[in-house]
Ligand binder design. Structure first.
Ligand code: CTP
Length: 403
């Protein structure tokens, strides 16, 4: 995805410096060429060797080190497509803001004209400090992208905003920035995937055979096209696609909560998850014991998330799935209407080569105008691409301002 892209990764002296190793690993997986710059303080937290091995190239630790290809900061600046500073301390933000150039990274910053992404991490008091906030504001005004820290437990003890944003979010921003011009750049897409699990006691649950493959393929393809993607997933063995923000859920109720919270900042929702239609009314507290010859478990229906979102969707574009065994086009079209969807992807689950665990799928895509498009049996990655082609057209017509 990032083949041929030269990224310079600046790492500064924060306890979160170890996460820069994970960021580097993800960028390398995406085929980016990454040069790592460590500040003196960063080297107190992490060893250059780790970065050297993972990036496959020398790590820059000072202005006058080896190899002596002077002026190295200018040479590297010319070769850099993007500078990512993660984690960024209050100190480096101050230096960047005022043009203090007293080490390699701060000098390099003045020489580089490539886009810049900064992911700060620090103690919450420091982060809230007026000087730090003012510096972030000024840098932001200069066109620098920020991946702001998260609220949560901090290394210094206590809680607050200051923890480095997740690796997925940071890498996602890098991908989005470097693939600008991608057909979904600037779009925020929410995808659900995988099966939910409905507990019947502490150990056991009711679930289904969904593998999550279809939803993960959609999330990966949307990210590759430049969208900011959030994937909400039930249990699945699929790897999280690169650059995708990930939320793990277990039950239908948790999936509903996550979708309702995340839909606020999405342009489109694709509900590929196999959400349970029923959940145990009263899951047993400990373990259900073997007692009688028969065991009855009372089930109650879950909320149909898709229908709920569809009822009050505002500008959100909503894509649903339908698993059918007969009268596929008719039933799916009826679901599209009743759930107020923009697109429905239906498959005939009685067919060969189609199913939750296989890598292929044969779907029919129906839109609001009643256009029915029957696709051949395809790998799920290609089905994902076809669905996103349709979605892109709808986004262009319904939300043209972003595109
Ligand atoms: N879905 C949902 N919430 C549920 C159940 C399903 O949002 N509690 C969504 C799925 O993610 C998928 C679509 O609804 O997008 C699947 O619907 P499907 O199971 O095919 O049909 P239903 O609407 O449940 O109708 P039926 O089971 O009667 O065919």
């Amino acid at each position: 995805m990032l083949t041929g892209k030269n990224i310079t990764l600046g790492v500064t002296g924060s306890i979160a410096a170890y996460k820069a190793v994970l960021i580097l690993r993800e960028l390398v997986k995406l085929s980016a060429d990454v040069t790592v710059v460590l500040t003196r303080h960063a080297r107190e937290f992490v060893s250059p060797l780790t970065f050297e091995v993972l990036s496959g190239r020398g790590v820059i630790t000072d202005l006058f080190g080896e190899p002596r290809t002077y002026p190295r900061h200018v040479n590297l600046a010319q070769d850099t497509d993007l500078l990512l500073v993660a984690p960024a301390t209050a100190n480096i933000l101050g230096k960047f803001t005022y043009g203090i150039a007293d080490d390699f990274l701060s000098t390099f910053y003045l020489a580089v004209s490539a886009p810049l992404i900064i992911a700060p991490a620090m103690n919450d008091q420091m982060y809230r400090n007026t000087v730090v906030q003012e510096n972030i504001r000024l840098l932001h005004k200069r066109g620098i992208w920020f991946v702001l820290p998260e609220a949560g437990e901090l290394a210094c003890g206590g809680e607050g905003q200051g923890r480095l944003a997740s690796v997925e979010e940071i890498v996602g921003r890098v991908v989005a920035r470097l693939t600008q011009g991608g057909s979904l750049t600037g779009r925020r897409i929410l995808v659900t995937a995988g099966p939910t699990r409905e507990p019947i006691d502490h150990m056991r649950f009711i679930s289904n055979r969904s593998s999550g493959k279809m939803g993960y393929a959609l999330a990966g393809e949307a990210a590759a096209r430049g969208a900011a993607v959030t994937l909400i997933s039930g249990s699945s063995g699929e790897p999280i696609p690169p650059g995708v923000r990930f939320i793990r859920v277990e039950t239908a109720a948790q999936m509903r909560q996550a979708v309702l919270a995340e839909r606020q900042r999405a342009d489109a929702l694709i509900m590929a998850a196999a959400v349970a239609d029923y959940t145990a009314a009263n899951p047993a507290k400990g373990k259900l014991r073997r007692k009688d010859a028969r065991l009855q478990i009372e089930l109650t229906s879950t909320v149909d998330i898709l229908a709920e979102v569809g009822r009050d969707k505002g500008k959100l574009i909503v894509v649903g799935f339908a698993a059918e065994v007969e009268n596929l086009a008719e039933n799916a079209a009826a679901k599209l209407k009743s759930k107020n969807l923009d697109l429905i992807v239906a498959n005939d689950i009685s067919q060969l080569g189609v199913g939750p665990e296989v890598d292929t799928n044969q779907v029919t895509i129906i839109d609001r105008k009643g256009t029915v498009e029957e696709l051949p049996l395809l790998p799920k990655t290609e089905v994902a691409a076809a669905i996103l082609d349709r979605l892109e057209l709808i986004l262009k017509t319904k939300l043209p301002s972003n595109g």
